[in-house]
Design a protein around this ligand. Structure first.
Ligand code: ATP
Ligand code: MG
Length: 264
């Protein structure tokens, strides 16, 4: 059975996209058929696979607004990985839908209704999210089974994590009873700073109390890794030369921890 995992956080730049694409890389190497749905108008999923987001005839926007069949939009990018791309047009979704509610009476269910027919073609669907909680995120939370939250330990991060958890809770009650938090993963961590260590400890304690999983794996900050991302045209976990790279290993460890909780 396919499992639908959203990687989401209303904060920007916390490694949502990098986590989606690299977990997809690891899962694909384990023989899992993966679909990545890019739900962000920044198109960073396409860019991670070296595709030009402006070259697609149709994107997620056309599926949601004009009911284009997702099978015509999905692109096969590498062994076991397909992507459903987005581009700038997705930024018009909110305006289009909210000004035509008679045409879209259930605006949070557009993604779920349109993608449901392809769900069984995959073992895992990973949803990359935008850095805000608008209509697109509402559609993501109505469709996902699980949410993985990347957490960058900075001074105000706990506050936005609490907001995110409460939004997920609200969505679960109102729109998607099967929705659960898969867990929280520390990202962009510099273990040499006391600030990061302290905030991660504080976060772990808070989540333990709420019975939410905090993964043991953390994704370290690495400037070298960041600068190599754009050049390879593939997620780092799929680049042969990256064997034994600390960050690639971190994504493998994260995948193994996820596997202990769900069948991916
Ligand atoms: P947005 O909210 O804009 O969608 P995001 O949460 O998806 O951002 P990413 O795009 O995954 O975040 O990552 C933000 C930036 O950090 C990117 O430029 C990426 O290349 C870089 N990056 C990825 N991994 C690391 C790392 N381990 N250390 C430092 N920088 C990284
Ligand atoms: Mg992103």
């Amino acid at each position: 059975m396919c499992i639908i995992i959203a990687v989401a956080n209303n904060k920007g730049g916390v490694l949502k996209t990098t986590t989606v694409t690299n977990l997809a890389g690891v899962a694909s190497q384990h023989g899992q058929r993966v679909l990545i749905v890019d739900c962000d108008n920044q198109s960073n999923v396409s860019l991670s696979f070296n595709l030009n987001p402006d070259s697609f005839e149709n994107t997620l926007y056309d599926i949601l607004v004009d009911q284009v069949d997702p099978r015509y939009v999905i692109e096969h990018v590498t062994d076991n990985i397909d992507i459903l791309p987005s581009n700038d047009s997705l930024s018009m979704l909110e305006f289009e839908v909210l000004t035509n509610l008679n045409q879209y009476p259930r605006p949070f269910y557009l993604l779920r209704n349109m993608i449901k027919d392809v769900v069984n073609d995959y073992d895992v669907i990973l949803l990359d999210s935008p850095p805000n909680l608008g209509l697109v995120s509402g559609n993501i939370l109505s469709f996902a089974d699980l949410v993985l939250i990347p957490f960058q330990p900075e001074t105000f991060s706990m506050r936005s994590l609490i907001k995110m958890l409460s939004a997920i809770d609200d969505f679960k009650k109102a729109h998607n009873p099967k929705l659960d938090v898969l867990g929280v993963v520390g990202t962009l961590v510099n273990n040499r700073t006391n600030l990061h260590t302290n905030i991660l400890q504080q976060c772990r304690k808070f989540l333990d109390h709420k019975r939410i999983k905090m993964f043991d794996t953390i994704i370290p900050r690495s400037i070298r890794f960041a600068s190599s991302v754009g050049f390879e045209g593939l997620p780092a976990t799929l680049v042969k030369e990256n064997k034994n790279n600390d960050i690639v290993n971190a994504y493998i460890n994260l995948y193994n921890e996820i596997k202990e909780v769900v069948n991916v």
